[in-house]
Design a binder for this molecule. Structure first.
Ligand SMILES: [Zn+2]
Ligand SMILES: [Zn+2]
Length: 173
């Protein structure tokens, strides 16, 4: 009778397991295994994988946030400006917001030299929202409901657009 050799998790020497990491082939227990599309891998290998997706450096967060904030501030100003001209204004906001999202994403990409990380993209998304805050507050203080709606439309379109563009999800070209 051939008993399969008992193996123990490399991180938890007391836990028996039949799982192995797909990448480094070390035995791993269920609490160490990370599920991926290609099978279970260990935490160390997961960290290695994430590192190769994560190329952003600290100043990308600063420059990306500033660029996104400045451009978004400009866009949100234009949104309020064109929103006042009636029906065409609404149309321009819809079209202009996605265009602004595209422009912001490209500008950020140029500044950060296409380095990437999920945290960076989220920071830049926050920059887009942050940049629109002065205009948003101004509309709020002046009780301009339409102005607020315009800003909301702009942010709902532009912020996800920037994030999607940066993270490589192609919505449209
Ligand atoms: Zn591994
Ligand atoms: Zn373990």
């Amino acid at each position: 009778m051939t008993e399969p050799a008992i193996q123990y998790c490399y991180a938890h020497p007391t836990r028996e397991t039949s799982l192995r990491c797909k990448r480094c082939d070390r035995p791993i227990c269920t609490s160490c295994a990370v599920s991926t599309p290609t099978g279970y891998i260990c935490r160390d290998c997961m960290r290695e994988r994430q590192k190769s997706f994560d190329t952003a450096v600290w100043y990308d967060f600063v420059s990306g946030f500033i660029i996104a904030g400045l451009l978004s501030g400009l866009a949100s100003f234009l949104v309020t400006f064109v929103g006042g001209i009636g029906f065409i204004g609404w149309l321009l906001i819809f079209l202009g917001s996605s265009a602004a999202g595209g422009i912001i994403a490209e500008a950020v990409r140029a500044v950060t030299r296409r380095r990437r990380s999920r945290a960076l993209f989220l920071t830049i998304g926050a920059g887009v929202v942050f940049g629109a805050l002065p205009m948003l507050l101004l509309q709020l203080l002046s009780g301009n409901i339409f102005g607020l709606i315009f800003q909301a439309i702009y942010l709902v379109i532009a912020a996800p657009m920037v994030y999607a563009r940066l993270s490589g999800i192609q919505l449209s070209r």
